[in-house]
Design a protein around this ligand. Structure first.
Ligand code: AMP
Ligand code: ZN
Length: 116
């Protein structure tokens, strides 16, 4: 997709430092981190989100990228959370599939904010 920011980052049109790259995905730091460690795992092919029907090899690469990013940032030892926001109710703002890898702080046991 020509006007998609994550397509441009993933295909190198916008230069970025990748923590991980393979034939299917890249991983890079979030522009507005919401935790001490906040990495985004982004497929090279455009899918709006998980509802699109994502190939199994891409999903496997996303898991490998999350593991690699966690190891590089040290949160493989302390724990981290992986989140894929899908659609309006989840607050998805960038319509290109991505997984957040969040850690470096106690995230607690609840999945939702208290007011949700
Ligand atoms: P979501 O709300 O799940 O769609 O998350 C989108 C994420 O992309 C947010 O955490 C943004 O901070 C992040 N983001 C948006 N543009 C960029 C960018 N150019 N580089 C890195 N992260 C970005
Ligand atoms: Zn895209």
């Amino acid at each position: 997709m020509s006007d998609c920011i994550f397509c441009k980052i993933a295909n190198g049109e916008i230069p970025s430092d990748f923590l991980y790259e393979d034939e299917n995905v890249v991983a890079f730091k979030d522009l507005n981190p919401q935790a001490p460690v906040h990495v985004l795992v982004v497929p090279k092919a455009h899918h709006d989100n998980i509802i699109d029907g994502v190939p199994a090899d891409t999903l496997a690469s996303m898991a490998a990228a999350a593991k690699a990013a966690a190891e590089q940032t040290g949160v493989d030892k302390t724990g981290f959370r992986s989140i894929m926001n899908t659609g309006a109710d989840a607050g998805q703002t960038v319509m290109h599939l991505h997984m957040h890898v969040l850690g470096g702080v106690k995230l607690g046991e609840g999945l939702l904010p208290k007011e949700a």
